[in-house]
Design a protein around this ligand. Structure first.
Ligand SMILES: [Zn+2]
Length: 77
């Protein structure tokens, strides 16, 4: 993936790592583990490479391949 050296927002240093990402699509939530991302060590902003975004869209379109299903509590204030 294309490596960023600095955060475009705060110019902080970014670190490449694999994260757990909550993806929202058509009103549903998907938890994607092991997603390659670059996270700013200063402001915490996360950046995904275009290839990772495309892979996430493909994964949620084939959600029958999910590793597990979790229930999510929903509250209203
Ligand atoms: Zn930043």
């Amino acid at each position: 993936m294309r490596a960023l050296r600095t955060c475009p927002f705060c110019k902080g240093r970014v670190r490449t790592q694999r994260i757990e990402h909550v993806h929202r699509w058509k009103g549903a939530l998907y938890i994607l583990r092991n997603v390659p991302a670059e996270t700013c060590t200063q402001c915490g902003e996360t950046f995904f490479a275009p290839v990772a975004l495309k892979a996430m869209d493909q994964i949620v379109a084939q959600r029958t391949k999910a590793k597990e299903h979790r229930s999510v509590p929903v509250f209203s204030l």
